[in-house]
Design a protein around this ligand. Structure first.
Ligand code: KG4
Ligand code: ZN
Length: 345
C-alpha cells in the first residue's frame, strides 16, 4: 500500500525546519536551519529578527526537504505546520507557507500543536511505540507530564507553575557566564562535576505533581551572589571557591531529581510501565542517564529520541500531523497561529 507522505513545517522559535515523513514513522528528510548563532550575540531570541530570518529561509528549506526525500510536491499527501505555541511572527511564516502550498495544490492541511509534535518524535525513534504511555515533555517553554491515552488523546498530569526547565537552565547558564543557548552549554560544563557541591532546594506541592523551578533558580542565584561576595573580599573569583563544573552539576542535578521523582510518581499513580521523553531538555545527558537508571530499577521501559529529534525539528511536526490527519483532522485556510495554544485546546 502506498505510504502517506507528510511535509512538516516548523518555525515556532529560532529554527526554520521542513521534513518529509512516511506514515508518521519513517523520516525521509529532516532539514533544520538554526538561527542560534545569530541570536547568541543578544543572549536570547529576538522575535522580530527571528521572523525575518524565517522568511528568508522557509522556501529554500522546504525545497531542500523535498529534494533530500527525493520527492516532488505532487507526491506529498498532507501538509502539516506548527500552529502554536511559539512566537507569533515566527509561527506565521511556517504556517502561511503551508497554507500557500495547500491553496495551490489542494492538499489537506493540518495545524500541529508544538508539544504534541515534540511527543511525536518518539513515534519516529521507536516504530513500535503505541499509546498508552507517559511522556515527560521538557522544553524551553514547557515542563509537562502527559498521559498519552491515544494518538490524539492527552491528559496533562503535571505542568510547571512558573519557569520551564529549559528556561531555568538558560537563565542559570547565563548567570554563570556560559552564554546562549544555555542548556547544552551547562550540560557540557557539568560533565564530571560534583552534584552535591552546593545545596539547592527540590520543590514539591502537596497533592500535586506540578513543577516549580523559579525557587530553585533564585536559590542558585543567591548562592552565586554569596560566593561572588566572599570571593571579592579575598581577591578571588567565585570559581576559586566552587569550580564552575561543580556549580553546574549541582544545579543540573536539582532540576533532574525533581523531573524524575514527579515522572515516576505519575507512572505509579496511573500504573503505566511505558515512558518516553521529549523536548529540548530531553537532550540533557544527566536526565537521560539518571532517568534510564531509575526507570530500569522500577521495571519501566523507557526510550528517548536521538538528540536531533529532541530539539525543534519538522520531522516531529510531520509525524504528529500524520496521526492528526489519520484521526480525521482537517484544517482550512482560516487556520491561524496561536502563540499560547495549549495541548488540551
Ligand atoms: O524544545 P526546544 O528546542 O524549543 C522549545 O520548544 O522551547 O527546547 C529548547 C530548550 C532550551 O531551553 C535549551 O537550553 C534546552 O532546551 N536544551 C537543553 C539541552 N539541550 C537543549 N537543556 C539541558 N541540557 C541540554 N543538553
Ligand atoms: Zn520545541
Amino acid at each position: 500500500m502506498k505510504k502517506v507522505l507528510v511535509l512538516g513545517i516548523e518555525s515556532s522559535c529560532d529554527e526554520t525546519a521542513a521534513a518529509v515523513v512516511a506514515d508518521g514513522r519513517t523520516i525521509l528528510s529532516n532539514v533544520i536551519a538554526s538561527q542560534a548563532d545569530f541570536h547568541r550575540q543578544f543572549g536570547g531570541v529576538v522575535p522580530e529578527i527571528a521572523s525575518r530570518m524565517h522568511l528568508e529561509a522557509i522556501l529554500p528549506v522546504i525545497d531542500q526537504a523535498l529534494a533530500q526525500a527525493n520527492v516532488t510536491l505532487d507526491e506529498i499527501d498532507v501538509l502539516a505546520a506548527t500552529q502554536g505555541p511559539g512566537l507569533v511572527g515566527a509561527l506565521l511564516v511556517g504556517l502561511t507557507a503551508a497554507k500557500g502550498l495547500a491553496l495551490v495544490t489542494g492538499k489537506p492541511l493540518v495545524g500541529v500543536q508544538h508539544i504534541a509534535g515534540h511527543m511525536a518524535a518518539n513515534y519516529l525513534s521507536d516504530p513500535e511505540l503505541e499509546p498508552p504511555f507517559i511522556c515527560l515533555v521538557v522544553s524551553g517553554a514547557h515542563s509537562h507530564i502527559v498521559l498519552v491515552e491515544g494518538y490524539e488523546q492527552y491528559r496533562i498530569l503535571a505542568r510547571t507553575r512558573d519557569d520551564a526547565a529549559g528556561e531555568a537552565f538558560d537563565k542559570i547558564a547565563r548567570a554563570i557566564g556560559l552564554g546562549y543557548p544555555g542548556g547544552p552549554l551547562l550540560d557540557r560544563a557539568a560533565q564530571g562535576g560534583r552534584s552535591d557541591a552546593i545545596v539547592l532546594p527540590r520543590t514539591d506541592f502537596a497533592g500535586s505533581l506540578d513543577f516549580s523551578f523559579s525557587g530553585l533558580k533564585t536559590a542558585a542565584l543567591n548562592q552565586l551572589n554569596r560566593l561572588q561576595s566572599i570571593a571579592a573580599r579575598q581577591n578571588q573569583t567565585w570559581q576559586d571557591l566552587v569550580p564552575l563544573t561543580d556549580f553546574a552539576a549541582s544545579f543540573q542535578q536539582a532540576v533532574v531529581d525533581v523531573l524524575i521523582d514527579h515522572t515516576l510518581a505519575a507512572m505509579k499513580d496511573h500504573q503505566i510501565k511505558r515512558l518516553v521523553i521529549a523536548g529540548g531538555v530531553a537532550a540533557n545527558s544527566c536526565l537521560r542517564r539518571c532517568l534510564a537508571e531509575r526507570a530500569a530499577a522500577e521495571n519501566i521501559r523507557m526510550t528517548c529520541p536521538p538528540l536531533i529529534l529532541c530539539t525543534d525539528n519538522a520531522a516531529m511536526i510531520a509525524a504528529a500531523g500524520y496521526f492528526a490527519w489519520r484521526g480525521g483532522r482537517r484544517d482550512d485556510l482560516s487556520l491561524n497561529a496561536v502563540p499560547s495554544l495549549d495541548l488540551d485546546g
